[in-house]
Design a protein around this ligand. Structure first.
Ligand code: C5P
Length: 286
């Protein structure tokens, strides 16, 4: 085989709790993750080239080891001993960049899954996730996908019952939030509210979509600068006014998502938000 194409699905956080700061500078997390149908496409080709190359449809992205996709390929080569000199990675991006939806991590995870197929190295998903740990905190989850509880740095994964079929509207306002700065900000405040993670897990177990949507909560919203928080609140309000069962920021933001039972309501919310926010997407859980 000389070519393999892998979808790289975006993720949202149905909940995100920061429990403590660790001695290594990372934070102990408890998050409920969900992959969604919005995706990049990662194509791996073994050709005539004499070195590993990366190309994308976005000119401003790094194409060296600073790109998670290249870092993931290098980590895979270290673990398996395969030679990547003839490998060309192509990424067609649709997931917004720096959005809190794991676009980069998902590309890295797709590279790991794809290389495992291309080189027929026979690693299990868990083994690929372990390789991903060194590449980024969200990469192990992105290797597995679906609905999962992520703990520790993000790498301690427990699969959960899938979210009931529903419609999701993702909306990214046109500003970026620095993830390390947001972690720093959260270290400096006392969190007044925390997610009911146990209740969310029970709702997923009971296939209770309303109960799950009601418990969606992200502690990072409390650590946003006031102007950013107001922008996030405004999108959440629009989603709720259009019939979302719940709305929440994903990851370290700024993407906000709403969860809808009704497809027409989701379509209308997406139409309204799209007129103010170009990065608005209608998708489903996968
Ligand atoms: O692992 P990753 O490179 O994706 O993390 C980006 C940044 O997010 C880290 O440098 C750290 O500041 C922060 N982080 C954290 N605790 C985690 C995950 C990420 O503090 N569990």
């Amino acid at each position: 085989m000389t070519r393999w194409t892998e979808p790289a699905y975006a993720k949202i956080n149905l909940s995100l709790d920061v429990l403590s700061r660790r001695p290594d500078g990372y934070h102990e997390l408890r998050m409920v993750m969900q992959s969604v149908s919005l995706c990049d496409t990662v194509t791996l080709t073994l050709g005539e080239a004499d070195r590993l190359t990366l190309s994308t449809n976005l000119g401003f992205l790094p194409v060296d080891g600073k790109n998670i996709a290249v870092a993931a390929a290098q980590a895979f080569a270290r673990r398996t001993g395969v030679n990547l000199d003839r490998l060309a990675i192509r990424i067609d991006k649709r997931i917004p960049v720096c959005a809190g939806t794991a676009g980069g991590s998902s590309d890295g995870a797709a590279v790991l899954r794809g290389l495992n197929r291309l080189f027929e190295t026979g690693l299990t998903a868990r083994e690929l996730a372990e390789i991903g740990e060194a590449v980024g905190s969200d990469v192990p989850y992105c290797v597995l996908g679906g609905t999962a509880l992520a703990e520790g740095r993000g790498e301690v994964l427990t699969p959960l019952p899938p979210l009931e079929p529903c419609h999701l509207v993702l909306c990214k306002p046109a500003f970026a939030i620095s993830t390390p700065e947001l972690y720093q900000a959260i270290d400096g405040i006392r969190l007044r509210c925390r997610p009911d993670t146990a209740g969310l897990l029970r709702a997923l177990e009971a296939r209770d979509l309303d109960g799950a949507a009601r418990r969606m909560f992200n502690v990072f919203e409390q650590a946003l600068p006031p102007k950013r928080r107001a922008a996030v609140e405004e999108i959440k309000n629009t989603l709720i006014q259009h019939g979302a069962l719940g709305a929440c920021m994903s990851g370290s933001g700024p993407t906000v998502f709403g969860l809808f039972r009704d497809q027409d309501a989701a379509q209308e919310a997406a139409r309204v938000l799209k007129s103010s926010y170009a990065d608005t997407f209608l998708c489903q859980p996968v």
